[in-house]
Design a protein around this ligand. Structure first.
Ligand code: ADP
Ligand code: MG
Length: 729
C-alpha cells in the first residue's frame, strides 16, 4: 500500500506536458465553428425564416411553430455536414450539472432502411421523465411527465457527435424544474422594468439586456493522486489533510508563471471553448497553489449562463487529456483559498448605453446614479435572498465558515461614488426646487460630470462590489449554476425599478418636474439602503458585529439561510413579476434541503470509512511498531536507561491511542446521529439536524486525523498529503 502511494506521487511528478494540436486557422476563423449561430442560420435557412427567428431572438417575439420544421431541417443539414449523428435537448435541471439524452437522427424510411430525420416537433419539444430529476415533490402531486422546450435565444451547438439544443425544462403542469425557465422570466422582467425607467432619459430605448461575465476559478490535481483520495473522488473535497508547511503564504502563485503542463491544458481548453463560441479571454494563476482562473468576455446573461455550464463540462473532459482532474468544489482544501465564480453583472440598452457606467453629461450621470442606487436598494431589500441564492453545502465552506469571509451581503462602492451619493443625499429639496432643468442638474450635482469611476479602488473582501462599469457578485460558488444568483438578482432589480418608476411618476403627477422627482426618490433610496453600503474590510470580526446592528442577514446555518426564499417579500417579488410561484419556490427549497442533507451524508460516510479503513489501521500498525521498539529497548538496556530512551515513543504511543480512541468513538457517534437525523421527515428539519450535529462532528474527527498525519510514519500513510497534491506539475 505504502509503495503504491509513492509510485503514484513519483509518476505525478514525472509527467510531461501533452502536445496540443493548434489549428492552422486563427481564433477568429475557428470561433463558433460548432455553433448554429447567425452566420449558419443565414446560410441554412430561407431569408423569411431567418428574419422570423432573429425577431424571436432579438425582440422576444412569439415563436411561430410553423417555422420550426424549416429551422430543424437547416440545423440537421448543418449538423450532419459537421459529422453529427445524434441530437439532444440540453437543459439545466436542479442539480449542479446539465442533462442530455441523445437520440440518433435515424428514422425508418418505409423501404426497409433508415434515413436521417429531425423535425420541427423534435426541435421544439420533448418529454423527458420529470420524476427522475430533483423536483421537490412536484412529481408526487402530479404526473411524472415533464417537457423540455427549445430556447431559440441560446444557439444550438455540437459536442462530439451530438447536436445540443438548449431548452427549458418544466413539469407537465407548467412548474419550472430547471434554472433556465425562471432565468428567462427574470431577464424579461428586468428588461421591461429597466426600459420604463430608461424612458425618463432616452425615449428610444426598446430593450435592456442584462450582461454577465463570469470568472471561473478551479484547481487542477494530478489524476493519479486524485484516484488515491477517495474523499476527492466522491465529495470533490479533501475531508482530511494537514496543512502543507508551504502553501500560499509567500503569495507567489497569484499571476505567477503558468506551469507548462497546466498551460498545455489551458491551450486546448481555450481552443475547444472558442470553437463552441465561448469568448474566453483571460487565464491566470489564482492565489492558492494549483488554483487557476478562466474568464470570457461578458455576454448576454442567458447565453453566459449556458456557456458557463458548457465550459465546466469541457474543462472536466480536457483536464483528463492532460492527466489532470479538475476540482470545481468551492473549498477542496482546508487552510488555503477556496474557489468562486465572480459574476460581473450590468445592464445595457439596445441603443448601446451601459447603464452602470458613468457618462459624460449630467443627464447621463443622473441615469447612471439612478441605476446604481436602484441596484443598491434591490440588494439591500433582498440581501438575505441573494445570500440564499448562492449558498450550498459546498459554498458554505467558503462563506461563513471558520477561515472564510462572513456570510453577509454588502456592497462596496469606492470613495468617489460614495462621495457622490453623500452629496446627493445632503443636497436639500429647496436647492433643487430653485434649480430647474438641465442647468439645475449641473449645479446640483457638480461632481457627477466626467466621473472616472473605474479608477476606484478594489475591494476583494466585498461580496457585491462596484467595479467601475458593473457590479461584481463575488460570493457565487465555483461549482454553482450562475442562474441561481442571476434569477434572484435580476428579479430583485426588476421589482425595485418598477417601484422606483411608480414613486417618480407619482411625484410627476403632483406637478414636480421630472428631474427633481427622480432626484427626490433617489435621495430617499440612498437613505434607506445605507446599511448595505460597506467599503471596509468585509473579513473582519468588527464587520460581523456592525452588520448585525445594521439589520443585515447574518445567519450562518445553511438550511436556515434557504428560508429566505419563502419569506413573504421574496414570494411577493417572484410572484408579482411572474418569475416563480410560491409552489415552485417551495418545491425548490425542498430540493435545496434534500441536496444539502445528501451531500453532508455522503461526506460523513466517506469520512467514517476513511477513518476506519485507512487512518486507524495505519495508526495502529505504527503504534505496534513503536510498542515493539519499547520492548526491545528494555531487552537491550538497563531499566532506567531504556525508560529514558523510550520516553518519546511512549508519548507517541499514548497520543496515537488517545486520538484513535477519539476517532473511533466519534465515528460511531456520528453514525448514531445520522440515524436520528434520517428519521426526521421534514426536509428542512432534517437538513438542520445535519448542519447542527453532523457537520461539527466531522470537524472534530478531522482534527484528530490531521494530528495523526503529523506523527505517523510517512511511508505508511496511505493518502496523498496536501504537500503532494498541491505542488504537482
Ligand atoms: P478581474 O480583474 O475582476 O479579475 P477579469 O478580467 O478576470 O477581471 O474578469 C472580469 C469579467 O467582467 C470579464 O468577464 C469581463 O468581460 C466582465 N465585464 C467587463 N465589463 C462588464 C460589464 N459592463 N458588464 C458585465 N461584465 C463585464
Ligand atoms: Mg479575475
Amino acid at each position: 500500500m505504502s509503495k503504491l502511494r509513492f509510485r503514484v506521487v513519483e509518476t505525478a511528478f514525472k509527467k510531461k506536458p501533452v502536445a496540443v494540436a493548434v489549428p492552422a486557422e486563427r481564433p477568429s476563423e475557428y470561433y463558433a465553428k460548432y455553433v448554429f449561430n447567425r452566420d449558419k442560420m443565414f446560410k441554412y435557412l430561407s431569408s423569411k425564416v431567418y428574419a422570423k427567428l432573429v425577431d424571436v431572438i432579438d425582440n422576444g417575439a412569439q415563436l411561430d411553430r410553423s417555422i420550426a420544421d424549416e429551422v430543424a431541417a437547416g440545423m440537421k443539414k448543418w449538423a450532419i455536414e459537421m459529422g453529427a449523428t445524434h441530437y439532444t435537448h440540453w437543459f439545466h435541471p436542479l442539480t449542479e450539472g446539465t442533462a442530455e439524452k441523445h437520440d440518433a437522427f435515424i428514422e425508418h424510411d418505409g423501404k426497409g432502411g433508415v434515413m436521417e430525420e429531425f423535425t420541427g416537433k423534435l426541435l421544439v419539444q420533448q418529454e423527458p421523465d420529470a420524476s427522475s430529476f430533483p423536483n421537490g415533490g412536484i412529481r408526487n402531486t402530479f404526473e411524472a411527465r415533464g417537457y423540455s422546450a427549445w430556447d431559440p435565444s441560446s444557439p444550438a451547438f455540437i459536442v462530439d457527435d451530438t447536436l445540443c439544443i438548449p431548452t427549458i425544462f418544466i413539469a407537465y403542469t407548467g412548474e419550472a424544474l430547471d434554472y433556465k425557465a425562471p432565468l428567462l422570466k427574470a431577464l424579461r422582467a428586468v428588461d421591461k422594468a429597466a426600459v420604463d425607467v430608461c424612458h425618463y432619459f432616452n425615449p428610444d430605448v426598446k430593450k435592456v439586456v442584462a450582461y454577465l461575465g463570469w470568472e471561473q476559478e478551479y484547481f487542477l490535481i494530478d489524476e493519479g493522486l486524485y484516484a488515491a483520495r477517495p474523499d476527492l473522488l466522491m465529495t470533490g473535497r479533501t475531508l482530511m489533510g494537514h496543512d502543507s508547511a508551504k502553501n500560499q503564504q509567500l503569495e507567489d502563485h497569484y499571476f505567477g508563471a503558468i506551469p507548462t503542463r497546466v498551460a498545455a491544458f489551458m491551450k486546448e481548453l481555450e481552443i475547444e471553448a472558442l470553437k463552441l463560441g465561448i469568448p474566453v479571454k483571460t487565464r491566470h494563476n489564482e492565489v492558492a497553489p494549483n488554483q487557476f482562473e478562466l474568464a470570457p468576455i461578458f455576454e448576454e446573461c442567458n447565453l453566459a449562463v449556458d456557456h458557463n455550464m458548457l465550459i465546466m463540462a469541457v474543462m472536466r473532459k480536457i483536464a483528463r487529456n492532460h492527466g489532470f482532474r479538475i476540482l470545481l468544489h468551492e473549498k477542496p482544501f482546508k487552510g488555503i483559498n477556496g474557489s468562486g465564480k465572480h459574476n460581473n453583472w450590468s445592464l445595457g440598452t439596445d441603443t448601446g448605453i451601459p447603464l452602470h457606467a458613468p457618462g459624460k453629461t449630467p443627464e447621463d450621470n443622473l441615469r447612471f446614479i439612478t441605476f446604481v442606487v436602484n441596484t443598491l436598494m434591490a440588494v439591500y431589500r433582498h440581501n438575505g435572498l441573494l445570500k440564499a441564492s448562492i449558498f450550498s453545502a459546498t459554498n458554505a465552506h467558503r462563506l461563513g465558515a471558520n477561515e472564510a469571509p462572513p456570510a453577509i451581503i454588502s456592497s462596496f462602492l469606492g470613495k468617489q461614488l460614495s462621495q457622490v451619493l453623500d452629496h446627493i443625499e445632503e443636497s436639500t429639496k429647496d436647492e433643487l426646487i430653485s434649480l430647474s432643468g438641465k442647468q439645475g442638474m449641473k449645479m446640483d450635482i457638480p461632481q457627477i460630470p466626467e466621473l472616472l469611476i473605474d479608477n476606484t479602488d478594489r475591494n476583494r473582501t466585498s461580496p457585491f462590489a462596484f467595479t467601475g462599469n458593473r457590479f461584481e457578485f463575488r460570493a457565487v460558488g465555483s461549482e454553482a449554476n450562475c442562474a441561481s444568483a442571476m434569477i434572484a438578482l435580476n428579479g430583485a432589480i426588476a421589482e425595485q425599478l418598477k417601484e422606483f418608476k411608480h414613486d417618480v411618476d407619482e411625484l410627476i403627477e403632483k406637478g414636480e418636474p421630472k428631474i427633481s422627482a427622480i432626484l427626490e426618490v433617489i435621495r430617499k433610496c440612498i437613505k434607506i439602503c445605507k446599511p448595505i453600503h460597506f467599503d471596509g474590510n468585509g473579513y473582519s470580526d468588527e464587520w460581523k458585529e456592525e452588520a448585525k446592528k445594521r439589520g443585515l442577514d447574518c445567519e450562518t446555518s445553511v438550511p436556515v439561510i434557504f428560508d429566505n426564499y419563502l419569506k413573504p417579500e421574496s414570494i411577493k417579488m417572484f410572484e408579482s413579476l411572474g418569475i416563480m410561484t410560491q409552489k415552485e419556490l417551495e418545491a425548490r427549497n425542498e430540493v435545496k434541503w434534500e441536496t444539502y442533507t445528501k451531500k453532508i451524508q455522503i461526506e460523513a460516510r466517506v469520512l467514517g470509512d476513511l477513518a476506519m479503513n485507512h487512518i486507524i489501521p495505519v495508526a495502529t500498525q505504527y503504534q505496534t511498531d513503536l510498542v515493539d521498539n519499547v520492548y526491545k529497548m528494555k531487552d537491550l538496556f538497563p531499566a532506567e536507561k531504556s525508560a529514558k530512551l523510550s520516553a518519546k515513543n511512549l508519548e507517541l504511543i499514548e497520543e496515537i491511542a488517545d486520538r484513535t480512541a477519539f476517532i473511533k468513538e466519534h465515528v460511531d457517534a456520528m453514525i448514531e446521529a445520522r440515524k436520528v437525523a434520517n428519521k426526521i421527515e421534514c426536509e428542512r428539519e432534517k437538513a438542520i439536524a445535519y448542519y447542527d450535529t453532523i457537520v461539527p462532528m466531522m470537524e472534530e474527527i478531522r482534527y484528530h486525523i490531521d494530528k495523526l498525519e503529523l506523527i505517523i510514519d510517512n511511508q505508511m500513510w496511505t493518502l496523498p498529503k496536501y504537500r503532494e497534491l498541491l505542488f504537482i506539475r
